[in-house]
Design a protein around this ligand. Structure first.
Ligand code: IMP
Ligand code: MG
Length: 167
């Protein structure tokens, strides 16, 4: 496993993202974590966010298998709370083709949040198929399949505290 982004670099970047997010939102923040990949990012992000926050979780799955997104997305677990009038931040692990996030933003926007913005730890712009708005990006990376810090390959490697490239 080759390290792409060290644990220290992730921690520093997550803290500065939290600062950016807080500067853009005066009131209560409602964070929506997209399971499972974003769980670690979410845990570090909320600890670095000053002020009042609430959290919720949802789980999606692409119909397509393995390392490629088909764009067909299935909702595996919906949110526990409504979004009406809330300042919502979607917390995602990575935006690749953008298909998953586009789907998610569309269904969440329909629930009437006051604002809806997205924080992604990673972005692979060279893979984008749809132009999706991501207000907060941790790191822009090349087209390599990465694991660790929540991200998996076949459910493995989520526990790594750094982002690595699989051999
Ligand atoms: P998209 O719909 O192509 O943007 O796919 C986004 C989803 O694919 C992410 O939420 C991840 O679950 C998964 N994914 C995309 N690239 C990677 C990667 O390099 N490592 C691990 N998962 C990835
Ligand atoms: Mg994901």
């Amino acid at each position: 496993m080759q390290t792409l982004i060290s644990a220290d670099d992730i921690q520093a970047r997550v803290r500065s993202l939290a600062g950016e997010i807080r500067r853009d939102h005066a009131g209560d923040l409602h964070l929506v974590c997209v399971l499972k990949g974003a769980f670690m990012f979410m845990a570090d992000l909320i600890r670095a966010l000053p002020g009042t926050t609430s959290i919720d979780f949802m789980a999606l799955s692409s119909y397509g298998k393995s390392t490629n997104s088909s764009g067909e997305v299935r909702l595996l677990k919906d949110l526990d709370f409504g979004l009406e009038g809330r300042e919502v931040i979607i917390v995602e692990d990575i935006v690749d083709t953008g298909l998953t996030l586009t789907y998610l933003q569309d269904i969440l926007r329909a629930r009437g949040p006051r604002s809806l913005r997205t924080a992604c730890l990673l972005s692979k712009p060279s893979r984008r198929k749809v132009d999706v708005a991501v207000e907060y990006i941790g790191f822009t990376i090349e087209d390599k399949f990465v694991v660790g810090y929540g991200l998996d390959y076949a459910e493995k490697h989520r526990n790594l505290p750094f982002i690595g490239i699989l051999d």
